[in-house]
Design a protein around this ligand. Structure first.
Ligand code: IPE
Ligand code: IPE
Ligand code: MG
Length: 254
């Protein structure tokens, strides 16, 4: 594994977070406030995605992970679910070429088996096309759930076997099967839309992420809002269980 758990490594508070993970919430309320159908909020939300991807690339963020559709979002009215699927398809059709030109690598993670085959193929093609890009890795979490992720990783780990004692597996043996094993754990977690909860997003990987909540609805989230979150992040002291004094000593030594 190239990226072992950040809780084990020495924390380095780099100027810009390497990995930002966002729960893009508030599309529906953004629309309702304007007496528009929820659909209008989701459509506007796609524009915000475009802006934030560009803003992150400009700022040198290496990994951006966006929660687009949760395992629980199937519980929404059928009409809204199918609309979200259509938006996803159009966004892929329109944006993948541009992303590729901008050096962005696209990954889509989640239980994709529940999507129709056309969408699954589009995803596979987009991932294949952008696989060698190195500017920014954009991960879209679609039909994703943190519990699903841990469970599928456990199942793969057990199928692989190979624990030394027969029963005791290590964290790394599980982590390498998580859907986002290719990325370091998120440094900064952002949730827009005012709710302060994780909603079954990256449960394992958020263990030591800095959390940032804003009331701004996702369609209004822009580069300036992103900068506020980054400034807040830069003011945090990431201790990973250590004391402030230890960190001071370490800083002086380096
Ligand atoms: C987030 O916005 C987008 C998805 C979950 C797909 P919401 O649709 O949850 O917006 P609110 O929370 O109802 O305002
Ligand atoms: C979380 O938002 C999921 C996504 C943004 C895709 P929700 O709006 O579905 O979360 P809850 O239901 O309010 O927790
Ligand atoms: Mg919501």
């Amino acid at each position: 594994m190239t990226h072992s758990s950040s809780t084990l490594s020495v924390p380095i508070n780099s100027a810009v977070p390497r990995h930002i993970a966002i729960i893009m919430d508030g599309n529906g309320r953004w629309a309702t406030r304007r007496f528009l159908p929820r659909f209008a909020g989701h459509a506007k939300g796609v524009e915000a995605v475009r802006n934030i991807v560009e803003a992150c690339a400009t700022r040198g963020v290496e990994y951006l992970t966006l929660f687009a559709f949760s395992s629980e979002n199937w519980r929404r009215p059928e009409e809204e679910v199918s609309l979200l699927m259509r938006l996803f398809v159009t966004a892929l059709e329109r944006e993948v070429g541009k992303m590729h030109n901008n050096g962005i690598r696209l990954r889509v993670v989640g239980d994709l088996s529940r999507f129709d085959t056309k969408l699954q193929e589009m995803i596979a093609n987009a991932e294949r096309k952008t696989v060698n890009n190195t500017n920014l890795t954009l991960t879209i979490c679609a039909n994703y759930g943190g519990r699903w992720d841990v469970m599928q990783a456990v199942q793969k780990m057990l199928a692989e076997g190979g624990s030394d004692t027969g029963v005791a597996f290590t964290e790394d043996q599980l982590a390498k099967h998580l859907a986002m094993a290719y990325a370091p754990e998120p440094d900064l977690f952002i949730r827009t839309g005012g709710e302060q909860r994780i909603s079954n997003f990256l449960l394992w990987q958020l263990a030591y992420s800095e959390l940032y909540f804003t009331d701004t609805y996702w369609p209004d989230f822009n580069g300036a809002e992103l900068d506020k979150a980054i400034v807040s992040y830069q003011q945090r002291e990431r201790r990973f269980g250590r004391t402030s004094e230890q960190l001071e000593k370490q800083k002086k030594a380096s």
